[in-house]
Ligand binder design. Structure first.
Ligand SMILES: Cc1ncc(COP(=O)(O)O)c(C=O)c1O
Length: 354
């Protein structure tokens, strides 16, 4: 049977989100926290789980976790929604905003899920190429694209994945004022960044901020993200959120991460110290172009990215080959690992002959 005839053309045209499985001993490909979730918190996690009734649905609104996040970010609870990873909130948000032919503007290169989901919904996805030398925003081009009557959504990741740079708040403010629709600021890497868009939420009703427990909080496996926006907007996004999509275990783990945040903060500080050490060390290699990072990863460019990827993999180091993104030919993305892992990366790079 020709299954394709049952599928939307917009979906048939898409290449889905995909990650190749590779044997490795050191994992530097997904920008996770290499130190893992602290053992003392894991102990508390097991204890709490024992006393819960696993046969019951979790709390519908995730009230206690939302209250913890509200205290952490110092916002009222009605400004916050939690979801099964920020991925699921991206999907819910796009679902409630974009009708077919509505315009979604994204810079390029950026996190692929925005474009993928927008296309699946039949939206017009307009990409604006970041400046090739430093991946800064093409402000005029975005403003130009924003003038169309169907411009509904602008999505900016800052720090941007996979380039690692942040977009200045001054530019974000200009866009918030000029853009006729909603502006998503995806701050998945915010704990590693020198800037914070949260204060802008009080002044701009069209701002939506997304954050995650997957990176700094070391809970990628638990799948928890949160969205912050005006209460009326949160209420609409709630309609597209699948009921009970955050499970009991994830709720407990995320709650613990916020109740006792000091060890995670220590891990973030160590990652930042490693960023300070690794950046100059990578720049010593004349065969690498190393871009500045405001996140927990570095984007680098080599003469032959595919060969360097394979060389690192042969040494057990799995990094992310991002050379397929527009404008990122021969580029690799290197997550910052533990000091000993970063050392192995440097040792492997020393052996590389270009
Ligand atoms: C910019 C950005 N947004 C969102 C996500 C998804 O995060 P989550 O694990 O919360 O779904 C990622 C993951 O890599 C990301 O880089």
């Amino acid at each position: 049977m020709n299954i394709e005839k049952f599928i939307k053309p917009a979906v048939l045209d898409l290449k889905g989100y995909h990650l190749d499985k590779r044997e490795h001993s050191i994992k530097l490909d997904q920008n996770e926290n290499p130190f893992g979730f602290p053992e003392t918190l894991k102990e508390k996690f097991w204890q709490r789980l024992r006393h819960l009734d696993w046969g019951r649905y979790p709390d519908f609104q995730m009230e206690s976790l939302v209250a913890k996040i509200a205290a952490y970010v110092q916002l009222p609870e009605e400004n916050i929604i939690v979801g099964n990873g920020s991925n699921s909130l991206i999907q819910a948000l796009l679902l409630v905003v974009l009708s077919p032919q509505d315009r979604l503007i994204i810079p390029e290169p950026t996190f692929t899920l925005y474009g993928l989901t927008g296309k699946m919904l039949g939206a017009e996805v307009v990409t604006c190429q970041l400046q090739p030398d430093d991946f800064s925003l093409p402000l005029d081009q975005i403003l130009q694209a924003s003038r169309a009557p169907n411009a509904k959504l602008l999505a900016l990741c800052t720090p941007n994945n996979p380039t690692g740079n942040s977009f200045p708040l001054a530019q974000i403010k200009i866009l918030l004022k000029a853009f006729p629709g909603l502006v998503i600021i995806d701050e998945a890497y915010h704990e590693f960044s020198s800037q914070d868009a949260l204060p802008l939420l009080h002044e701009h009703e069209n701002l939506v901020i997304l954050r995650t427990f997957s990176k700094a909080m070391s809970l990628a496996g638990m799948r928890v993200g949160y969205l912050m926006a005006a209460p009326a907007l949160c209420a609409e996004v709630q309609k597209a959120r699948l009921p009970y999509s955050v499970n009991l275990f994830s709720e407990i783990a995320a709650t613990l991460a916020l109740e006792d945040n000091s060890l995670l903060q220590k891990a973030v500080a160590e990652i930042l110290a490693e960023r300070e050490r690794l950046g100059p060390a990578l720049r010593e290699f004349s065969f690498l172009q190393v871009y500045p990072s405001d996140a927990n990863f570095f984007l680098v460019r080599a003469a032959d990215g595919a060969a360097l990827f394979q060389h690192l993999l042969n040494d057990g180091l799995l990094v992310r080959d991002v050379s397929g993104y527009p404008g990122l030919e021969n580029c690799l993305r290197l997550s910052i690992g533990k000091p000993e892992e970063n050392q192995k990366l440097l040792t492997s790079l020393k052996k590389w002959r270009n």
